[in-house]
Design a protein around this ligand. Structure first.
Ligand SMILES: Cc1ncc(COP(=O)(O)O)c(C=O)c1O
Length: 434
């Protein structure tokens, strides 16, 4: 597969041009790769109205993913906001969205900026502030009770590697005339596992940089719903920098070539990850989540906190993706290699098992809504110690419970009963509506 963006940048650099354009480093910087860091100069195309090398590269990506695919140099964070705005363009009105509570904060920002009404899916009985279960039945209940929901927004996989099956949810969406939007930031590689979980989504995003070998910031917006490319680009442009990083675009371009043989790499590697998981469970570790390329351990069931295992591993020069009081998560890719998996596994097996720590997690309950996300976000705010915020309306976007379930979102009332939990997860100050 051709790599038009990479080829252009390399040829440009080889010509040793007089760079009378941004960036100011002029190809000579502190890091060594500045020579490849260009801007939308003559011949380099434009990300938000492409007709040259970027258009060709995005066409290649679209062929790989089997649906129109657009580049983001600003992560899924940009794509999620664009998706919400795009919905308003599709529906010709300020949209109403039903969302799973593990939505990323970019969803909250998008909802605030677009004035979207969000109806949260009700919690499942087992839901904690760590992870929620989303079912087609839950979606049906909300769509039945709320006429005129424009889209259902699901996040899968979640940060710990728990996945949601979209097939039945998509049937319910069709029944009620709602579009299915998916935040697949953690699942770009899943398309290549032989059973693409996103084939049911009307519009979805994936972060290439999280699970595929791409530079941080590289992401895709995949639009299966028939929307003109111009409208999609305008939606992305509404929230993006007008100076996209060509290093990131080139990374996405190079990825197209890599992805043409990726399925084989992945299918050879997944069994090694499975073997590692088996070795760990045989030794007494308890796994969480079913995602093939993530390993999440319930550290408590092995007698530790996630933080303790993280500290132990960092002492061995091994850096996990995430740790909290209960869990520790390792993100694996084929680039980890068999030796990387062995190093992780043998280090974990050296940890002596201790008596389990009991922690069933705090049960999630949806707080009372006092005002819209938008109104609370744009309100005058004051920041107070969390202990003084009982009964106040949150105007903060940053109360994300590690790893991803919001205990209280902007516009909701901070319940007195929630305060000990917020303090326990280290949230000692909150912004509330003045
Ligand atoms: C579920 C989810 N969605 C979106 C994002 C944002 O992705 P990005 O870092 O590519 O902007 C994240 C980031 O961690 C995430 O966990």
């Amino acid at each position: 597969m051709r790599t038009p963006i990479i080829d252009f940048i390399k040829e440009y650099e080889k010509k040793n041009p007089l760079r009378l354009h941004t960036p100011g480093h002029k190809g000579r910087g502190f890091l060594g790769f500045e020579k490849y860091d260009i801007t939308e100069l003559y011949g380099a195309d434009e990300l938000f109205s492409p007709s040259g090398i970027i258009a060709e590269s995005e066409k290649n990506a679209s062929e790989i993913f089997g649906c129109p695919t657009y580049y983001s140099a600003e992560g899924s964070s940009l794509c999620v906001k664009a998706m919400i705005y795009l919905l308003s363009q599709i529906k010709g009105k300020t949209p109403v969205i039903t969302a799973s509570r593990n939505a990323h904060k970019s969803f909250l920002y998008g909802a605030a900026l677009c004035g979207t009404e969000v109806i949260w899916l009700p919690p499942h009985e087992d839901d904690t502030y760590i992870s929620v279960t989303v079912t087609a039945d839950g979606v049906r209940r909300v769509l039945k009770a709320n006429k005129g929901v424009d889209a259902v927004f699901i996040t899968t996989p979640d940060y710990l590697g728990k996945t949601t099956d979209l097939s039945d949810i998509s049937k319910v969406c069709k029944e009620y005339g709602a579009l299915l939007f998916v935040d697949g930031a953690h699942g770009a590689y899943l398309h290549f596992t032989g059973d693409d979980p996103y084939k049911y989504a009307d519009i979805y995003c994936t972060s290439a940089h999280k699970t595929l070998p791409a530079l941080t910031g590289a992401a895709y917006l995949h639009v299966r719903y028939p929307v003109p490319a111009k409208t999609v680009k305008a939606a992305l442009s509404a929230f993006a920098s007008t100076s996209p990083s060509y290093l990131i675009l080139a990374s996405l371009d190079g990825l197209n070539e890599y992805l043409s043989t990726y399925k084989e790499h992945l299918s050879a590697f997944i069994p090694l990850v499975e073997k590692t998981k088996t070795k760990l469970t045989d030794h007494g570790f308890v796994l969480y989540g079913g995602e093939p390329m993530k390993i999440t351990l319930d550290a408590n069931r092995y007698g530790y906190t996630g933080y303790e295992i993280e500290k132990y591993l960092v002492g061995k020069n091994i850096y996990p993706e995430y740790a909290d009081k209960k869990f520790i998560t390792f993100m694996i890719s084929e680039k980890t290699g068999a030796d990387g998996l062995d190093t992780l596994c043998s280090s974990l097996l050296c940890l002596p098992k201790k008596a389990g720590i009991s922690d069933n997690g705090v049960k999630f309950r949806t707080p009372d809504k006092a005002m819209s996300i938008r109104d609370a976000f744009f309100s005058q705010k004051e920041t107070l110690p969390t202990g003084e915020c009982g009964g106040r309306i949150l105007s903060d976007m940053n109360v994300i419970c590690p790893p991803a379930v919001c205990p209280v979102v902007c516009g909701e009332t901070v319940a007195e009963e929630l305060i000990p939990f917020l303090l326990d997860i280290g949230i000692d100050k909150l912004s509330v509506v003045r």
